[in-house]
Structure formats: C-alpha cells, structure tokens
Design a protein around this ligand. Structure first.
Ligand code: ADP
Ligand code: MG
Length: 679
C-alpha cells in the first residue's frame, strides 16, 4: 500500500532521470507530488463529433486511418494523419513529433485534443495531445491540468505520476473539524485534492479551490489569533500616560501632527498603559512620519524610567534614526540618554556603551536587529520599536522576554502598503495603526517614464537641479555588469556619469558589496552635501532621509516591483523643493500599465492594490513571504472568503477546540505561528 512518505521512486515510470529532476524541484516523496498543484487548466472536456467541429480548442474520439511522417527541410519534421469517427474525418498535423507515426494502433480509439484551425486552406487539428480512449483520460478530453514546468519536468510526466497516487488521495483523511466542513459546506479534503489535479467539471474545480482557499486563510488566521491570545497572557509593565509631557513634545515640533499621527499616538498610549504587552503595527507610506510617532511612544517610556530599544534594518538607518531622535528629544532636555549601538563601533567604545546601558544610564538604545541577540543587558526594557523587515514571532518574543525578564511592549513599523484584507490575514496577531494622510506642505514627486531617446533631455533637467544646489540619486538594478542581464550596473554607471554628463560635479558610489564603514562614509558625505550625485543600488531603498535630494533616477525601472519603485521614489520629495523621479526603461522596453501607474499615482496603498489586480496575489505573496508562507490557491482579494475564514478561526478558538485532535492542521498552524517576516 502506498504511503505519503514513500519516495517518488516507488511510483510507476519514475526512473533515475525523472527522480533527479523531481528532486531538483523539491519533490521527493509521494506527498510532495500530491501537493504540487496545477498552475492553470485547459478545458478540453467537450468531446465533439468530427462533423460538428468549430475552430478553437477541441477534443475528438477517433481512430487513425492513415499516418505518415517526413522531413520537409532540415530540422522540420511533419507528421500527417487522418482521424475518423462515425460522423466524419479530419486532417491532423504534428510538427517535430516524429514518434507520432509509431504511437497509434490501427482500429483502436484515441482521444485527441488540440487547436482546430485553417492551415493551408484546410481545417486541421494542429499538434493535438493524444492518448488511448478510456474512462479516465489525463492528457486529453477533460479539463487538463498544467503544472509549472521546472527543471525539465513536463506536465505530462506529472499527470502520469499524480494519477498513480489517486488511490492514496482518495483515502486521505479530513484535516478540518467536521462541524466546520458542514457549516461552510466545504468539499472534503480528499475530493478537493482530486478535483484540483483532475477536475470533473468547472464547477467542481471552483468548489475545490474554494475549499483550499478557505483552509489556507483559516489556518493563517487561526495561527495569528492563537499567537495573539498567547501574547496577551504575557505580563508587561504599565507605562503611564502623561498628557503634559506629550503636549510639550508636540509644542516643540516644527510642524503639526497629522490626524493619523495623532490617532496612532493615542492608540499606542492606550496600549502601553495596560499590563498586557502592546503588539502593534504602525503602517504608513514612505514619508508619512512614522519616526515622530515612534519617538512619542519612546518618550513616555523613558520618562517613567524604562529603557527603549529601537531596531533598524541597516546601520545606516540606525545612524539616521539616532540623529533624528536626538534632535527630537533635545528640546525636552534629553541629551545623554540616547545611545547608538552598532557593529561598527570600536570594541572599547562598544563595551563602554554596553556598560552604560546595563547601568541604566542610557535609556534609549538605537541599533540594528542584532540588538536583541547581542550581549546587552537591558534590565528596564519597557518598549521595543522595530523598523521594517521583521515581525517578532513566538521565538523572538521568548528571547526578548528572557533578556528583559518580562515582556516589553512592541511597536512594529512598516512602509509596505498592504491592502486591508491582506493585512488582517497575514498580520492577524497585530493591532494596526494606519498613517493615511501625508504630512502637509509636501509636494508630490513629479514622475516620468524615460525611454532611451528621452535621456538627453532628462540629464539637462537634472543638471538644472544640480546647478540650483540640489542633489540626485541614480539607482541601478545591479552592482556590477552582468553578461546575462543587459541591465545598467552601479559601477559602470558611476564611471560613465563621473567622466560624462556630471563631470563638473562630485559623484559617489554606494552598494551592498562595500564595507559598512565605506558605505557609512559615503552616506555621511552625501548628507553633508560633499557628494552631489549618488549612484547606488537599492541599499538606499528604506528610510534614508536626505531632504536636499530632489532627483531620483531609476535605471532599468521595469525590473523593479511597483512597491519598490514607490519606496525608492519616497527617498526624494522630503523638503519644500519640488522633486523629480525618472523611471528609465531599458532599451526595447515599452511602458507598461504598471509603470504608467506610477506616473499618475503617489498613493502607496493604491499602487499595492493595483499590483494585486495586475499581477495577482502571487506578486504580493512574493514580497510578503520570502517563501516562508506558501499560499497557493487562496484568493486574498476574495473578501467574503477571508471574512468567513476569519470568523471560523474565531469560532474554533471560542469553542475551545483542542488542536491536538487535528494533528495535520496543528502541524501547519504551528509552523505558521513561527513565521516572522513582515514582508
Ligand atoms: P517615514 O514614515 O517614511 O519613516 P519619517 O518619519 O522619516 O517618515 O518622516 C519623513 C519626514 O517628514 C521627516 O523629515 C519628518 O520630520 C517629517 N514629518 C513627520 N511628520 C510631519 C508632519 N506632521 N508635518 C510635517 N512634516 C512631518
Ligand atoms: Mg522611516
């Protein structure tokens, strides 16, 4: 009897060659096969009498009357055949499939599925798939599954081996509670898997997708809600809200808070006054002013004697945050309480800072994500602020708790705009504050698509900006030139611009392969305006703040996602000066609707929704998960399904159902609970 854990080699027709290819695609067991789902389907389910064929994709059931193959010229082989059924006969042509003339037995019936169309004045069935007539065809005369063909594995091969697993699929056990199956009228798991691979009809297929989509969102939300409950049971310190302090901070700001900043601050203060730990996501587009909000949260904590850890994704950003925070807190009399702790500090300096932190003299510690793993003792840690990239899952929270002796409040910040339906599902364990309105007096960045022809004019415009004392970014997709990708690289662009169009100005180079200290020095020089044009890779993507920079040139723009382009554009337009973003397309690339959207919209949320619409959930999954989550069927744009799955997850918890009863569900949910990437 076949088992899920059996090797693929036990399946009929899987020899060394195929099993090696499968291994490359991470398919090594029968279970892996079963869970390799089709990407799309071709509907060849209507078997039509030959006399009634209409142009388009068709299936027939027929005998082969005559068949012969020949080379028409070198490298071009043609097989011609006549197929016949009770109603008539039809000409068939295959190109470069010389084995076809040996495939058919005279008198036997076959299913043939392909495109029926005019070829040299005659209606012909072109390149049809063929297989012996049966009551369970897999390549023809049905809704035919098409798999992602990676590592040279064809759909035909996959269909054959998955067909061999059907008896096992039929006996698979249910993973969801029975009451839920009934309540939601879901197809059973084994029926759904069978329908996904070999659908009986369009309706059955959509029912199967519905079941799988529901299950995915249910598991994801259940994991999130279980985390949320567990996190709530931790004890945290109450951080009292002092209205006068908040007021004096706000009074000393050179601007007024936006309404959403005010609301977010208020929500955070509410959270921190409780002794269950805050676990909040502050989501706001680039330039929406998250740092001030974070700083106000921190202010309340340090004024009550707690320590705050602020973690940035890179050293560069930690530096900038350190500077910003100092500026913001100075008017309130905080000078020596803020510390920067990063890897590039000298050993002695580091020891000194760590000593001050341990003694509680340094209260506000800014660093990279290494802060929680590094050997720093923070006895009074009351609040952790995480800027971008990581969400603290179960394990990270344990680490924090051990470090601090109790669970601090946690504020996550992200500039990745995620449509609400998705945020609720993927970040279900977090409370969410949105910064929707942009700080006032921010002009929108004027954005323009540039083709090869338009570059000269673009450089003339940029030179005007430089002459007026402004600075420019030039972002390239690669560090060094690559033979396989015809895309501009930062190093070549740097040389070309330095010798060429910007020779009168100082040009700098910044990329991820440089030493941290060098990157640091370059960035500092750019900030001090000792560099006019900074050629870089996407290291400048997140958070870097250079208000005097008004030009962002993005080379090979078609290679970036909408969200990333929008992030890059957000590096400019941070002052009262009008800013410009030039999306330079590689040669022979024409402007897509996707790129055009950036010209007309400055709204990150809208762009994210558009990406979802144009590229499908897959585009978002890839930015969301780094492969950690593996949602395949769920349509996260399907708000009804999401609502139903969320309610069901809530009900599961309210019923105090024990996951131990559902081992497979439990395994998956436990894995989801540990996923910690924010995007
Ligand atoms: P982000 O959300 O991208 O991290 P920042 O916190 O870096 O944004 O803020 C971007 C810039 O906007 C900073 O220079 C900050 O001082 C400024 N800023 C923040 N809030 C406001 C506001 N309400 N009005 C005007 N400027 C603001
Ligand atoms: Mg920021």
């Amino acid at each position: 009897v076949m088992k899920l854990s059996d090797s693929v080699k036990t399946l009929p027709g899987v020899g060394d060659v195929l099993s090696n290819k499968l291994a490359q695609a991470n398919i090594s067991t029968v279970a892996d096969c079963i869970h390799t789902l089709p990407r799309v389907y071709d509907d060849y389910s209507q078997v039509t009498p030959i006399s009634q064929l209409r142009p388009g994709p068709v299936s027939i059931e027929a005998t082969i009357q005559s068949i012969s193959g020949r080379y028409v010229r070198r490298g071009m082989h043609i097989t011609e055949a006549i197929a016949q059924d009770d109603s008539g006969s039809v000409r068939i042509v295959w190109f470069n499939q010389s084995y076809r003339s040996r495939q058919f037995k005279a008198g036997d019936k076959y299913f043939l599925s392909g495109e029926y169309k005019l070829s040299r004045q005659r209606f012909t069935l072109m390149n049809p798939a063929a297989e012996a007539s049966s009551n369970f065809p897999i390549n023809t005369a049905r809704i035919v599954p098409k798999y992602r063909e990676v590592h040279g594995i064809t759909s035909r091969e996959l269909r054959k081996i998955i067909k061999a697993t059907l008896p096992l699929i039929d006996s698979l056990e249910e993973t969801l509670p029975n009451w839920l199956i009934k309540q939601q009228s879901l197809m059973s798991r084994s029926a759904a898997l069978k329908q996904l691979h070999f659908p009986d009809s369009v309706d059955k297929l959509s029912e199967a997708k519905q079941r799988y989509g529901f299950e995915e969102v249910f598991e994801l939300t259940l994991a999130a809600l279980l985390n949320k409950e567990a996190f709530r049971r931790d004890e945290s310190s109450k951080i009292p809200f002092k209205p006068e302090l908040a007021k004096s901070f706000v009074d000393k700001l050179p601007f007024n808070l936006t309404d959403s900043q005010r609301r977010a601050v208020w929500q955070i203060y509410q959270d921190m006054q409780r002794n269950e730990p805050m676990n909040r996501l502050l989501e706001g587009d680039v330039g929406s002013g998250k740092t001030v909000v974070a700083c106000m949260a921190a202010l309340m904590a340090i004024s009550s004697g707690y320590q705050v850890a602020f973690m940035a994704p890179t050293e560069l950003l930690a530096q900038q945050h350190f500077a910003t925070i100092n500026t913001l807190l100075k008017p309130l009399g905080y000078r020596n309480e803020v510390a920067l702790l990063t890897g590039s500090l000298s050993a002695s300096k580091k020891t000194e800072v760590q000593k001050h932190i341990a003694a509680g003299k340094k209260q506000f510690i800014v660093g990279t994500h290494a802060l929680i793993t590094e050997n720093v003792s923070m006895q009074h840690l009351g609040l952790v602020i995480v800027d971008e990239q990581h969400r603290f899952g179960v394990d990270q929270r344990k680490k924090l708790q051990q470090k601090a002796g109790h669970m601090p409040h946690v504020l996550h910040m992200t500039a990745t705009p995620i449509p609400r339906s998705l945020a609720l599902t993927v970040y279900g364990e977090l409370d969410i504050s949105l910064l929707i309105d942009k700080p006032a007096e921010r002009s929108t960045v004027s954005t323009q698509l540039i083709s090869a022809k338009g570059k000269e004019q673009m450089y003339r415009d940029v030179l005007k900006q430089l002459a007026a004392g402004r600075q420019a970014f030039v972002v390239c997709p690669l560090v060094e030139p690559s033979e396989s990708l015809p895309v501009p690289s930062a190093t070549t662009m740097y040389e070309a611009l330095k010798q060429g169009v910007f020779s009168k100005y100082t040009v700098g180079l910044l990329h991820g392969k440089q030493k941290p200290a060098d990157k640091e020095a370059t960035m500092q020089a750019y900030l001090r305006k000792e560099i006019d044009v900074l050629v870089a890779t996407t290291v400048v993507e997140v958070g870097v703040d250079v208000p005097n920079a008004t030009v962002m040139i993005i080379e090979g723009a078609e290679r970036f996602g909408l969200a990333q382009l929008h992030q890059l554009r957000g590096r400019v337009g941070r002052s009262e000066h009008q800013a410009y973003c030039y999306l330079v397309m590689s040669q022979n690339v024409s402007p897509s609707r996707r790129l055009r959207a950036l010209e007309s919209s400055n709204d990150g949320f809208r762009l994210a929704e558009l990406d979802l619409e144009l590229r499908g959930p897959g585009s978002l999954y890839s930015t969301l998960q780094h492969g950690a989550l593996d949602l395949r069927v769920a349509s996260l744009t399907d708000t009804e399904l999401i609502a139903a799955a969320r309610n069901a997850a809530r009900e599961f918890i309210d019923k105090q159902e024990d996951l131990l009863q559902y081992p497979e569900l439990r395994g998956r949910v436990e894995r989801l609970r540990t996923i910690t990437n924010l995007h």
